[in-house]
Write a protein that binds this ligand. Structure first.
Ligand code: FEO
Ligand code: CA
Ligand code: CA
Ligand code: CA
Length: 656
């Protein structure tokens, strides 16, 4: 951002939720923990020999699980790329990385051609939005496992004004275009005889969801007095969804959009505000995007209840573009990173979701009713009834799910909760009272149906102090993050207690002060920092996308990217670098087709993060002078967040 900002949102911090850290209870829930459980794991660094690892492999400490990979072979078979930073993307040799769709490309019929110098809200509402994050694939026809045709469901998390708009762009129009650039896109895509993917611009499934789309509110908080506004006296209908970060695809083909940093859109004052305690815990309002300057509902002085209508999971029927999306309040209100789904052995659906803020929590929703695989329509309101729980991690390697149920424990009128709606509207405060474990920014939580395990990405937490470290969050000033493996007993995702283990403690294994934990054979490029999104491929292998934010030069020195990560056998804890983003971007998405032969990646905010500290670029990006013009590299065209589609030359599964 220049000294005289044109807009409130600077690209460096627009995506960083950390500066509104709002959990007052940062002391470890575990008390003064002596990390006995991990004293041995702590040794597993680059300096430890392979023989020592081999000796430890097979004991319960390393939690060996049945590998989905072929016995005796490496789980992955591809040539690594190298750490580095430059203006473009890089993929493992032997793979194609094609641009499928970019910000401003058409989604709906009659979308105008992309004209970055003269954007309109009407045009943006028909074009692919900004900052693609979650990517989900629904095979077509519905119910098939087609690897060649399907619906791609893509979130547009936020906007990066300084590289989106030229100097002099009006503030009101900027806000209107930004509102249209948020939300999500549903596009139909197909793989042609030449093996290349393309967008079907005439598809009847094509859809744009934005910050203005009418959305229904359902579940226990729907219709509650705290959900009512002057525009919606019923408390059941809201316009739009914002800051849709990661998400999920349900077994019945709906698309879950997670509302994350919703606090940044609002302006106003908390002084004397009736929702003061509620909003303070969510870091409201920051005024970063200041949409309230153009639209009164984003001003908490004028519409005091509007923020309680954000911070939910939105369910969209991807197969019915005429259907209203639904905010499912039973899944709680917080800064939802994502909403990954797994069907439990008993047929109930389980959804994991992290609250991405320093010192916030991990959540789980278990549906009351079972998924009906034969009757799609019967599942359409499944997410309105169930039990939301929050995680407490114990030092002995167990974890307990604490139910967020009104009337139980401290969740009573004595603490200001008069109904389940109150518990859900103030999910964070309810979880504080239950004694949940404050974590190092929970990002994606990825179940692996092949093994029954779940992977929790804790991306970083530079504000953790030595006195509030614990066995899950073991490092003070943690700028590298860690991946936690959760083990439901017998694969029962609805169980009251799980086991947990650290899979990797990220950072540079060649710098002992980082206390990084990797397999000792990890290559010079196989380690990473700041795990964010995750995906499991058709063979049950884990892939990790990173987001180091503006601190990438300190955290690792390499641009973000995609790494394959072994989770079992002798390779457990070994990473391998597969894809790298252009300077200033983070990597989101990863999403495989059912056959594992196509990988969709979302390159978010190219040219923004940390570029002012990168010597080769030496400046903060602007529309006129960005750090990169990826992927078009044309004068006058700013960098464009884009979906990249990866296929193997000659065919075959991604990663070998
Ligand atoms: Fe939007 Fe938590 O990343
Ligand atoms: Ca994320
Ligand atoms: Ca994921
Ligand atoms: Ca991110």
């Amino acid at each position: 951002m220049t000294d005289t900002p044109r807009f409130d949102a600077g690209p460096e911090d627009a995506k960083d939720p950390d500066d509104t850290s709002s959990n007052p209870s940062t002391a470890p829930a575990l008390g003064d923990i002596i990390a006995t459980r991990f004293s041995r794991r702590h040794m597993i660094r680059g300096t430890l020999g392979t023989a020592a690892i081999a000796a430890m492999t097979g004991n319960s400490l390393l939690g060996v699980l049945e590998s989905p990979a072929r016995a005796g072979q490496s789980a992955f078979n591809f040539a690594e790329i190298e750490h580095g930073v430059d203006e473009t993307h890089h993929v493992s040799p032997g793979y194609d990385a094609d641009i499928l769709i970019r910000w401003g490309d058409p989604v709906l019929p009659d979308a105008p051609a992309f004209d970055p110098a003269d954007q309109t809200p009407q045009g943006q509402a028909r074009q692919f939005g900004y900052n693609n994050d979650f990517v989900g694939f629904v095979p077509l026809p519905y119910g098939s496992k087609s690897p060649n045709r399907g619906l791609l469901c893509v979130n547009h998390e936020y906007t990066s004004a300084p590289v989106m708009f030229p100097s002099g762009f009006s503030d009101t129009r900027r806000i209107q275009v930004e509102m249209a650039a948020h939300g999500g896109s549903i596009i139909e895509i197909a793989r042609g005889a030449d093996g290349r993917w393309s967008v079907d611009n005439g598809s009847s499934y094509a859809r744009r969801i934005s910050a203005s789309t009418p959305i229904r509110i359902s579940g226990p908080a729907a219709g509650h007095a705290r959900m009512k506004t002057s525009a919606d006296p019923t408390g059941t209908r809201v316009l739009g969804t914002v800051n849709n970060c990661a998400g999920g695809i349900t077994p019945w083909g709906t698309y879950l959009m997670a509302e994350e940093n919703f606090n940044h859109y609002f302006i106003g004052s908390l002084k004397g505000h009736p929702e003061h305690r509620n909003y303070k815990r969510y870091g409201l309002p920051t005024g970063r995007y200041a949409w309230g300057r153009a639209d009164r509902r984003w001003d908490i002085d004028k519409e005091p209840n509007e923020p309680s209508r954000f911070g939910w999971i939105v369910e969209v029927d991807a197969l019915n573009p005429a259907s209203a999306p639904v905010k499912r309040t039973a899944l709680g209100r917080f800064k939802h990173e994502g909403a990954e789904t797994v069907v439990n052995g008993d047929g109930r659906v389980v959804i994991y979701s992290g609250d991405d803020q320093r010192f916030d929590y991990l959540y789980r929703f278990v549906s009351r009713d079972r998924v009906d695989p034969e009757n799609r329509q019967a599942n359409m309101d499944l997410l309105d009834n169930g039990t939301l729980s929050v995680a407490r991690f114990e030092a002995d390697g167990s974890m307990t799910w604490l139910d967020l149920v009104w009337g139980q424990g401290p969740l009573t009128p004595h603490n200001g909760f008069s109904s389940q709606a109150d518990v859900l509207i103030e999910t964070r405060r309810a979880s504080d009272l239950l004694g949940a474990t404050p974590l190092d920014r929970p990002e994606d939580v990825q179940p692996n149906p092949a093994t029954g395990k779940v992977y929790l990405n804790l991306t970083n937490n530079s504000r953790r102090k030595a006195e509030n470290t614990d066995t899950v969050n073991r490092r003070e000033k943690n700028i590298w993050g860690q991946i936690v493996e959760l083990s439901p007993p017998g694969g029962d995702h609805a169980a009251a207690t799980f086991a947990w283990d650290i899979l990797v403690q990220c950072g540079n294994p060649n710098r002992p002060e980082t206390r990084a934990i990797w397999h000792p054979d990890t290559s010079a490029n196989g380690w990473f920092a700041c795990p964010d999104n995750a995906a499991v491929d058709a063979e049950g292998r884990l892939w990790i996308a990173t987001d180091q934010g503006g601190n990438w030069s300190r955290a690792s020195g390499t641009a973000d990217g995609l790494w394959a990560l072994a989770t079992s056998g002798a390779e457990r804890g070994t990473g391998r670098m597969f894809f790298r983003v252009p300077v200033g971007a983070e990597l989101c998405g990863p999403c495989f087709t059912p056959d594992g032969e196509t990988l969709f990646l979302a390159v978010q905010h190219p040219g923004t993060d940390g570029t002012k500290r990168y010597a080769a670029f030496g400046r903060r990006s602007t529309f006129e002078d960005p750090a990169t013009r990826w992927p078009d590299f044309k004068d006058g065209i700013p960098p464009r967040p884009s979906i990249v589609v990866i296929t193997k030359q000659g065919g075959g599964p991604i990663g070998g």
